[in-house]
Write a protein that binds this ligand. Structure first.
Ligand code: SF4
Length: 355
């Protein structure tokens, strides 16, 4: 089958695109909305189950289109904190991971935006994988549907964060289209302000998001406040150095009026000194923000010199920041025993065997 013959996947289409298809066939837009609801509210991929859609329209769709479906290949649950990691097998066999993280007051779903990641941050397990491909809008939204399908009674989620595999701003259009699928009232209707895009500092993406006026939240993985160290940790800093990044963030906060979040992963002996904390405070001066500190999670395959920070250095770092930036939190990294914590997501085989 040539690429021209591959049928269009309805899961990737927006509501108005589905309505256009319906209008073209039955001269009414409403059936397109019904199909959207089946796919994005009820997670149905079988046309036969769309019982309120006419048989003629269903069979027309079945002849010309497909609705892709990811298979939940494995669910692993942390014995320590109940975090659940899903290994999803996409329709072409690629594997991604999605994590459900229960919290004391809020539960969060951490979604992936790419299969692998090309940026190679040196402390990140995903970065050790090769970049395989961008996720499509339907695959981004489907991660949330897959998590929903394994939740037990009384469990739910309040937030969605793009902190899984990949850099969301390298897949900007599909990530935004995926968010719009999730936010649509005919689907799950998730409020945009409950969705956070986390970038490692892709400057053009920050400007695009600022101009988009979408109400999603922005988090920036900073990890160092000087260019030399940051380039060591986050090589893309070479392309988008801190001066350009901070200028973009200033623009973002002015355009949106939103406070942003800086993520700072403390790596023992690397970026957890008081000097680093001092530089951090200087760098973010004047930017409405909060700082999330996260402790590095060691994993095989990452540089030996990277280790978890000591309790003492974490406290010292936090105490230096706190009076100077009133919004500092130490985020408990969850799911470390199942390799679901920050920077630990990766899949490396194509036969259903994630690591
Ligand atoms: S930290 Fe994010 S951007 Fe960097 S390699 Fe890992 S997934 Fe990619």
């Amino acid at each position: 089958m040539t690429s021209e013959q591959i049928p269009i996947d309805l899961k990737n289409l927006s509501l108005s695109q589905l309505e256009d298809i319906a209008e073209g066939f039955v001269s009414r837009r409403f059936p397109g909305r019904q199909v959207f609801g089946w796919i994005h509210k009820h997670n149905v991929t079988d046309f036969q189950r769309m019982t309120n859609v006419s048989k003629e329209f269903r069979s027309y769709l079945k002849d010309l289109y497909v609705i892709s479906s990811a298979e939940i290949a494995r669910v692993t649950e942390s014995k320590i904190d109940g975090t659940r990691k899903l290994l999803l097998k996409l329709s072409d066999g690629e594997l991604i991971e999605t994590v459900w993280i229960p919290g004391s007051s809020r539960n969060t779903i951490c979604v992936s935006s790419q299969v692998g990641c090309p940026l190679g941050c040196t402390f990140c397990f995903t970065g050790q994988m090769k970049m395989r491909r961008n996720l499509r809008p339907g695959e981004i939204a489907e991660q949330v549907y897959a998590v929903k399908s394994i939740l037990k009674d009384g469990e739910g989620f309040q937030n969605i964060v793009f902190m899984g595999m990949g850099e969301p701003f390298l897949n900007y259009d599909n990530v935004i289209a995926g968010i719009e699928l999730l936010a649509n009232d005919h689907g799950l209707g998730i409020a945009m302000k409950r969705i956070t895009i986390s970038t490692v500092g892709i400057v053009p993406g920050i400007y695009r998001l600022a101009d988009s006026r979408l109400k999603v939240r922005l988090a920036v993985s900073l990890h160092a406040a000087d260019d030399d160290l940051r380039t060591r940790l986050v090589p893309v800093n070479n392309k988008y150095p801190l001066s350009d990044l901070m200028q973009a963030l200033e623009y973002y906060t002015q355009q949106t009026g939103e406070r942003l979040t800086f993520e700072y992963c403390l790596i023992g002996g690397v970026n957890d000194s008081i000097d680093c904390a001092r530089r951090l405070i200087k760098l973010i001066h004047g930017i409405p923000c909060k700082i999330n500190l996260i402790c590095f999670n060691p994993a095989d395959g990452l540089p030996d010199e990277y280790r978890a920070p000591s309790h003492k250095s974490v406290e010292r770092f936090r105490e230096y920041l706190y009076p100077r930036c009133p919004a500092v939190t130490l985020r408990q990294s969850k799911g470390a025993d199942i390799m679901a914590a920050c920077g630990q997501l990766a899949t490396h085989s194509q036969d259903g065997e994630g690591i």
